[in-house]
Ligand binder design. Structure first.
Ligand code: PBG
Ligand code: ZN
Length: 330
């Protein structure tokens, strides 16, 4: 009987040893917290498929920002839910649109908060698609102009980063040149580069009332069966001037996060989407899993796959658990 010379367990013996050889860590500075802003007043309504996540009106933002700031979370990403929707998505690029107003509010009370804005039309179109429709087809090039206008209106309101999520071809370039022509050459673009046509967005679409009225998003979002194609999307976005590239969803696309990390040195973001959040919350509510442990394990898995930044509805809980020492002492 021979005994092993190499014993991996030697460095797992104590918590301190494990901390010393830990390859990846969680940091509150990696987190971006998504917020749903709805028109109206005194609204703070929980989204039924996303327990702990709310649609909030502008007057609720200051309290929310106080909480986010106290937790040390550096950034939020804003999604707007307008009262009126139309064919041209006018609310998306209106100077006094819901997101534009939210940016101004946040910046007036919390100037250091990094405000990221989702740039897309689907929350503002009457049909729920991410672009302009003609003959039942989402038109690429007409949409680019509206996306560029939307990004510009966000920058003018004070956004720190714009994040196009529409998946039209050429949107990063169109937004970059619009921003540059208007004196916003210092505003970075976080591109939803590898965004898949995913069923995991279901709860978000309930929250934002943005389910397409007909058809689906498969003519613009990526086919979940494709991995290599994500690298083409990333290449194009980088050539057009993206500063940060994103993979979305995150959990069933860990291989994509890993591949993207391998080919680029710009920051990589992972979007832990609504359906992923809903699954964990549902299992936790049933007492089937330990929520804090499962969430922290999920977060560090994104880091291990290669993500630098994590957009997640769990952000406030993660920040709290980190400050309470649940990580890295477990
Ligand atoms: C808008 C957008 C969506 C999400 C982020 N930006 C919805 C979609 O593409 O249908 C999904 C976020 C989530 O599910 O958490 N295009
Ligand atoms: Zn969209």
């Amino acid at each position: 009987m021979s005994f092993p010379i190499v014993r991996q367990r030697r460095l797992r013996r104590t918590p301190a040893l494990r901390r010393m050889v830990r390859e990846n860590n969680l940091d509150v500075n990696d987190l971006i917290y998504p917020l749903f802003i709805i028109e109206g007043e005194n609204i703070h309504e929980e989204i039924s498929s996303m327990p702990g996540v709310y649609r909030q009106s502008l007057d609720k933002l200051e309290a929310e920002m106080n909480e986010v700031t106290a937790l040390g979370i550096p950034a939020v990403i804003l999604f707007g839910i307008p009262e009126e929707k139309d064919e041209a998505a006018s609310g998306a690029y209106a100077t006094d649109g819901i997101v534009q107003e939210a940016i101004r509010r946040i910046k007036s009370t919390h100037p250091d908060m990094v405000v990221v804005t989702d740039v897309c039309l689907c929350e503002y179109t009457s049909h729920g698609h991410c672009g302009v429709i003609k003959d039942e087809v989402v038109q690429n090039d007409i949409t680019l102009e509206l996306l560029a206008q939307t990004a510009l209106s966000h920058a003018e309101a004070g956004a720190d980063i714009v994040a196009p999520s529409d998946m039209m071809d050429g949107r990063v370039g169109a937004i970059r040149s619009q921003l540059d022509d208007s004196g916003f050459e210092d505003i970075p673009i976080m591109a939803y580069s590898a965004k898949y046509a995913s069923a995991y967005f279901g709860p978000f679409r309930d929250a934002a009332d943005s389910t397409p009225a007909f058809g689906d998003r498969r003519s613009y979002q990526m086919d979940p069966a494709n991995g290599r194609e994500s690298l083409i999307e990333v290449d194009l976005d980088l050539l057009e001037g993206a500063d940060i590239v994103m993979v979305k969803p995150a959990l069933s696309y860990m291989d994509v996060i890993y591949r993207v990390r391998e080919v680029t040195d710009v920051p990589v973001a992972a979007y832990n989407v609504s359906g992923e959040y809903a699954m964990i919350k549902a299992a936790a509510a049933n007492g089937w899993i330990d929520e804090a442990k499962v969430v922290l394990e999920t977060m560090v898995s994104f880091k291990r796959a290669g993500a630098d930044l994590i957009l997640t509805y769990h952000a406030k809980d993660v920040a709290r658990w980190l400050s309470e020492g649940h990580w890295p002492n477990q």
